[in-house]
Design a protein around this ligand. Structure first.
Ligand code: MG
Length: 264
């Protein structure tokens, strides 16, 4: 059952999303060689709480930290800790924010200093796949149009969409219906209607699409050890088309930052 949101409810998710976007910008600046993922997590939690908001992931099914930090071959759900960033790493940062009872969710994968050409291409492709999918979030389209947009871009670029991890509806709960696979056929699945709010999140391996669970039962890795990337926005389907509620791509700094250099 897909809960449609009123315009007022969408504004509440957007308020959470603005805090989230600013948090991403702070963490983008923080994520440098020599910094640990625990330090990045502490910065995130301090900022989110300073905004009278809460980190959505903390305590979620027992998750011990405020954000997920997933370097290199780790896809998602990395627990921040002692890992110290190195030049040439890529680091996925996933943040959830609850504000006034409404949740927003968004992720970015950052290059840490100069990265290899393949890493650069992987980040560019995954980011572009996200924006291709967002473009499909219009009333009258089908969920399969969103899924297919991700798959088409990623596979054209020679990378693999992870099959076993999906995006999701979002609102009062972080994970609502529908599930949003990153592969599928255009014209299939539920019709998109005004008021739906979707967390769209391409997760892409440079190698094949298989993943494995880590020993902490949280972190998910590419099975072949290849690099992997994750970009996510929370998006409302409106009569005027897609509205991105977590505008990390518009926050000051991104334009001149590393993520912008990948946008082309
Ligand atoms: Mg999500």
């Amino acid at each position: 059952m897909i809960h449609r949101k009123t315009p007022e409810e969408i504004e509440k998710i957007a308020a959470a999303g603005r805090i989230l976007a600013r948090c991403h910008e702070i963490l983008r600046r923080k994520a440098r060689p020599g910094v640990t993922t625990a330090e990045i997590d502490e910065t995130a939690e301090r900022f989110i709480r300073s905004q009278n908001a809460e980190p959505a992931f903390k305590g979620y099914r027992g998750f011990p930290r405020s954000i997920c930090t997933s370097p290199n071959s780790m896809v998602v759900h990395g627990i921040p800790g002692r890992y110290r960033l190195r030049r040439g790493d890529i680091l996925s940062i996933d943040i959830g924010v609850v504000y006034d009872g409404w949740v927003a969710d968004a992720a970015i994968t950052h290059p840490i200093g100069n990265v290899t050409p393949i890493a650069r291409r992987l980040l560019r492709s995954t980011r572009a796949a996200l924006f291709d999918a967002v473009e499909q979030c219009r009333p009258g389209n089908r969920l399969g149009d969103v899924s297919h947009a991700v798959q088409a871009r990623v596979e054209a670029d020679g990378f693999s969409v992870i099959r076993s991890l999906v995006g999701h509806g979002i609102g009062r709960d972080m994970h609502e219906d529908p599930q949003i696979p990153n592969f599928g056929d255009p014209g299939r699945g539920p019709e998109l209607e005004e008021g739906m709010v979707l967390a769209i999140e391409p997760m892409v391996n440079a190698g094949d699409h298989h993943v494995r669970m880590g020993s902490d039962n949280w972190a998910v890795y590419s099975s072949d050890g290849s690099l992997t990337a994750h970009f996510e926005h929370t998006v409302a389907v409106t009569a005027d088309g897609p509205r991105i509620l977590t505008p990390w791509h518009e926050v000051a700094g991104e334009r001149g930052g590393a993520a912008a250099s990948l946008a082309g």
